[in-house]
Design a protein around this ligand. Structure first.
Ligand SMILES: O=C([O-])CC(=O)C(=O)O
Ligand SMILES: [Mg+2]
Length: 543
């Protein structure tokens, strides 16, 4: 007897197509008689809220997305601050760690090193080739601050793309999550019988370069209108592939450029508050970074814009930024260092090595301390108090993700600075009360940037993503605070306004693309600002 197996994916693909149609009424008898949308919305939300673990909620929401994504996005858009941390950071970090165990069905493209040489053939299996406009691609080698998770990085690509839908109204059918399985150096995963990826160590740089060249070439051939967001590649690959491909294809790196832009934006608003308290001009800020990986250096590069906007020369701007890595303050005479750290290496200090963070703070006298180190608790009481001694309103941004890797928690920073801190973190923290005042933590997460940046690049049909477009996204975000939000000392807008913010960012990005001459949709040039805003809004998908 031959057993015929239904191919497990065929149902998935058909469902994907069917799912993209607006929900229709089933024929009589094929659904309970009393099933109206409003009640079902309440029922779905109640089912979600009845679960007590964040990962269980993630699994529930993911199932909901896969069989009724109108309901999924409706629930999310109506409850943004409750749902976002469940779909995205921090819960998506746990979903990645557990992916091979919680996996239920395929949800994107899985490209394996074994397919090298015929990647185009595999990519063409994607059922929605004509619709695809935005892809998030990861190789899983540095997921959030969690390290090498191999193929288990897929949920980060899925999560980012669902934020494109929720946050910028990109059509769900236009989104394409991709994980590149190039092996993993995570021994626990290699030993796990349920691990979904190749059971081999990561391929060499040379092999990976060949794979990436073929991949990008085929992607561009098959999807000429597609924008690619690189996500969570390990530091040196993040930099090298951005540089390798950004002049040829419309691509950007979310961890270098997206995080850079979101922090620049928050810093612009934070510096105003801090300068108002100290009476010192904006041009006098100094920034100290703990962490010199792709995110750290990417953010430092983007913050150069802050000083240049205040009229400083490149050399002056550079001298305002110092980096600390695992060996302490980075300076020229310290010894050999990775290429990406050299630009910010200090020339005006010649040793001995400074390794203690409090000593480094006392030496550099920063107005702002930014953490992209993934070292939990690195901003301890001593460190935060040192910042508060130097500054009436210290700027402290522990940006490492997820929450459990954050350099400090909001309530700690508030207590240790007697409520004076200007704070933003990568992951969400609860609001604090201090002496009867409500204090709002900023969330300096690239989720504020990439949906609008991507939307602007897609609508303008940008052939490249220029630095000026990234900077425009940042200034657009900084500008989007309402008077009420400024009154409350907020440095990022409320997440509930994400659609409006993404619209504003997209418009700024489109204008920057036009200025740079990389826009291939020239029709938008004729629109005035109000018309452009209406046009962007009209292109947003709604559940
Ligand atoms: O995903 C996030 O929350 C932010 C991010 O890109 C990262 O931490 O790598
Ligand atoms: Mg990332």
């Amino acid at each position: 007897m031959t057993i015929v197996l239904t191919p497990y994916w065929s149902n998935g693909v058909q469902k994907l197509k069917a799912m993209l149609q607006p929900p229709s009424k089933p024929p009589k008898g094929l659904a309970p008689p009393v099933l109206d949308d409003e009640t079902h919305y309440k029922r779905s939300l109640a089912q979600l809220r009845s679960k007590d673990k964040a990962l269980e909620k993630y699994i529930y929401l993911n199932q909901l997305k896969n069989h009724d994504h109108h309901m999924f996005y409706r629930i999310w858009l109506n409850n943004l601050s409750e749902i976002t941390p469940l779909i995205y950071t921090p819960t998506v970090g746990d979903a990645c760690i557990q992916y091979s165990h919680i996996y239920r069905k395929p949800e994107g493209l899985y490209l394996s090193y074994k397919d090298k040489g015929h990647l185009g053939q595999i990519i063409r299996n994607w059922p929605l080739i004509d619709d695809a406009r935005i892809s998030v691609v990861t190789d899983g080698s540095r997921i959030l601050g969690l390290g090498d998770l191999g193929i288990n990085g897929m949920p980060i690509a899925i999560g980012k793309l669902s934020l494109y839908v929720a946050g910028a109204g990109i059509r769900p059918s236009s989104t394409l999550p991709i994980v590149l399985d190039l092996g993993t150096n995570n021994q626990a995963f290699l030993d796990d019988p349920l691990y979904l990826g190749l059971r081999q160590k990561r391929v060499s740089d040379e092999e990976m370069n060949e794979f990436m060249d073929e991949f990008m070439h085929e992607m561009h051939r098959i999807f000429p209108k597609l924008l690619i967001q690189f996500e969570d590649f390990s530091t040196d690959h993040a930099f090298s592939y951005l540089e390798r491909f950004r002049h040829r294809y419309p691509v950007f790196n979310d961890d270098i450029q997206g995080t850079g832009a979101v922090v620049l934006s928050g810093f612009l608003n934070a510096a105003k508050l801090s300068s108002a308290a100290s009476g010192q001009p904006l041009s006098s800020h100094r920034i100290l970074f703990l962490g010199a990986g792709s995110a750290g250096v990417g953010v430092a590069m983007q913050l150069m814009s802050f000083f240049k906007l205040q009229g400083l020369s490149e050399e002056e701007a550079r001298s305002r930024i110092s980096l600390v890595d695992s060996q302490g303050l980075i300076f020229d005479t310290r010894g050999p260092m990775a290429e990406h750290k050299k630009y910010f290496s200090r020339r005006d200090y010649a040793g001995p090595p400074l390794t203690n963070l409090v000593e480094i703070i006392e030496h550099v006298k920063p107005t702002a301390l930014l953490g992209l180190s993934t070292i939990k608790g690195a901003f301890n009481q001593e460190v935060v108090e040192a910042m508060a001694r130097l500054n009436p309103r210290p700027i402290i941004f522990p940006l490492s993700n997820p929450v459990r890797l954050s350099e400090c928690e909001f309530h700690e920073a508030v207590t240790w600075t007697q409520g004076k801190v200007i704070f933003a973190s990568g992951s969400p923290f609860p609001i604090q009360e201090y002496e009867g005042r409500k204090l709002y933590p900023g969330q300096g997460n690239n989720m504020y940037i990439f949906p609008g940046l991507g939307l602007g690049a897609i609508l303008s049909k940008a052939s490249k993503v220029t630095d000026t477009m990234v900077e425009a996204s940042s200034l657009g975000l900084a500008d989007s605070l309402t008077p009420e939000e400024r009154e409350l000392d907020m440095i990022y807008p409320r997440v509930e306004r994400i659609r409006e913010i993404s619209n504003q960012i997209a418009c700024a990005v489109i204008r920057a693309a036009q200025k740079a001459g990389v826009d291939q949709n020239r029709d938008l040039r004729r629109m005035d600002d109000a018309q452009l805003r209406d046009f962007v809004k009209s292109r947003m998908w709604n559940p």
